[in-house]
Design a protein around this ligand. Structure first.
Ligand code: UDP
Ligand code: MG
Length: 139
């Protein structure tokens, strides 16, 4: 079993797509191990995306991720990191495969409905950034 960190981003929550995205997550066989509705400050969003701080889209990304409530999740499944990224689709919805979450729900490369960790080390950092050990529910 593997765990990954996921976000239903502020655009998807604002458009009331959180329920349908959670349904897709459950139908794909993920176990939800943690889940919280919350709003990030700009500093919290900047810390989460610190790896991107030199990129031209960083300021807009921080603005967007702190613009409204999001749903933070820990998902568990065999090969969860890759499995969740496959279900999300490409970063740019114009390039996302049919049937993926970003194809269906994202409106642009920036406001793209969901986040997913890209490697075991980033999953560990991201899960710890959002959740304490006691919030990970597995029994
Ligand atoms: N992003 C953006 N413009 C870009 C690339 C990325 O606004 O040209 C945003 C987008 O919200 C993306 C996030 O920055 O999801 C992180 O980028 P990354 O390359 O890590 O994509 P992801 O891992 O989310 O597919
Ligand atoms: Mg990424």
């Amino acid at each position: 079993m593997e765990r990954t960190f996921a976000i239903i981003k502020p655009d998807a929550v604002a458009r009331r797509h959180a329920g349908r995205i959670l349904e897709r997550i459950e139908n794909a066989g993920f176990q939800i191990r943690a889940m919280r509705l919350m709003r990030l400050t700009q500093a919290e969003a900047a810390g989460f995306y610190a790896v991107h701080r030199e990129r031209p889209f960083f300021t807009g990304l921080v603005e967007f991720m702190s613009s409204g409530p999001l749903v933070a999740l820990v998902l568990e499944a065999p090969d969860a990191i890759k499995k969740w990224r496959t279900l999300m689709g490409a970063t740019d919805p114009a390039k996302a495969d049919p049937g993926t979450i970003r194809k269906e729900f994202a409106s642009s490369i920036g406001e793209n409905a969901t986040h997913g960790s890209d490697a075991p080390e980033t999953a560990a950092f991201e899960i710890g950034y959002f959740f304490s050990g006691m919030e990970l529910v597995d029994k």
